[in-house]
Design a protein around this ligand. Structure first.
Ligand SMILES: [Zn+2]
Length: 317
């Protein structure tokens, strides 16, 4: 039986499908890096904390700046980081101080917004979202790792922004990515959606949680669903993953097989969770639910995990 309302073509998953060639072999080559910075096609993304600077143009916003223009936007707290090559052109990210970014909000020729809003509203061409996510996570890591976590000494940037070294204890520090499992727990034609107190009051989504040390992502899925909703899960199927630069998570999307059915909700984690019929979820995806309940925005992986089950179903052994 097909309960579907027509949801239209699949939207793009935000921050994923990067066209950047990271060209990691060039990072340690200072001469090559100088040449790339001087290349006429080189462009900079300019960030400051959660915010991104964009130039206003006729139809959309342009987040790319030439080198001098990027540095004119405000004092940089760090050297540029090298994101890689996009269609043969070097791409860098530069972090300017938060006050300078705030000051740009009063300028008519710039648009200043956070990366979540930029993605949800489609403010820039989608090709810019992955490098902006890459730059945001990397620059934020730098801002929080000025001192060595081993000895407390001051670290220095090396490899075009992809490592920090501690001259005192010789420890090398690498940018981190935090794995998060995000899953839809399924029992035939129904699934569990939950809502946290941070969500809009009509919004329901997948459960999610950080992977802990020593855990597979399958084990993390089973643990999180058990902890948050009291449900025992069996098989876990990997779906897709998504970089989530708030500040540097990797969302690991899964479908999980429910083996038990009685919900026991951890109200420290969730405001609510319940079983939803497939038809009801289809109406939420289509923004046609009679009570106005909705699923997450299409740039988020939760939308894709939920829609894949609604449209294609998930078979467990
Ligand atoms: Zn150290």
């Amino acid at each position: 039986m097909s309960p579907r309302l027509d949801l239209g073509p699949w939207p793009n998953l935000g921050y994923a499908a990067s066209r950047i060639d990271r060209a990691a072999e060039k990072r340690a080559d200072a001469e090559a890096m100088h040449a790339l910075e001087a290349d006429a096609t080189a462009r900079w993304y300019v960030l400051g904390g959660e915010l991104v600077a964009m130039r206003k143009s006729t139809s959309t916003f342009d987040p790319l700046f030439e080198r001098a223009d990027a540095h004119d936007l405000g004092p940089a707290g760090l050297p540029s980081v090298f994101l890689g090559m996009m269609d043969g052109a070097p791409r860098f990210a530069l972090s300017i101080e938060a006050e300078a970014m705030e000051a740009l909000k009063s300028r008519d020729d710039y648009e200043i917004s956070d990366l979540r809003t930029i993605a949800v509203r489609g403010m820039v061409d989608g090709v810019h979202l992955p490098p902006l996510a890459e730059g945001k996570s990397l620059l934020l890591w730098h801002s929080r790792r000025r001192f060595c976590s081993n000895c407390g000494g001051q670290t220095r940037v090396v490899d075009a922004g992809w490592r920090r070294d501690c001259p005192a204890c010789k420890m090398q520090h690498f940018p981190r990515t935090d794995p998060v499992v995000i899953m839809l727990t399924i029992d035939g034609d129904r699934c569990i959606l939950g809502r946290s107190g941070r969500f809009a009051s009509n919004s329901w989504s997948c459960l999610a949680g950080f992977v802990e040390p020593g855990e597979t992502f399958e084990d993390a899925v089973r643990r999180e669903v058990r902890e948050e909703a009291g449900i025992v899960c069996g098989q876990v199927k990997y779906f897709r993953s998504q970089p989530w630069p708030f500040p540097s998570s990797l969302m690991i999307g899964c479908h999980a097989q429910a083996l038990s059915h009685e919900l026991v909700i951890d109200h420290n984690e969730l405001e609510g969770a319940r079983w939803f019929a497939r038809e009801e979820v289809a109406s939420m995806l289509a923004r046609a639910h009679p009570d106005g309940l909705i699923t997450p925005v299409p740039v988020a992986i939760a939308y894709h995990i939920i829609r894949d089950w609604v449209e294609n179903g998930v078979e467990f052994d």
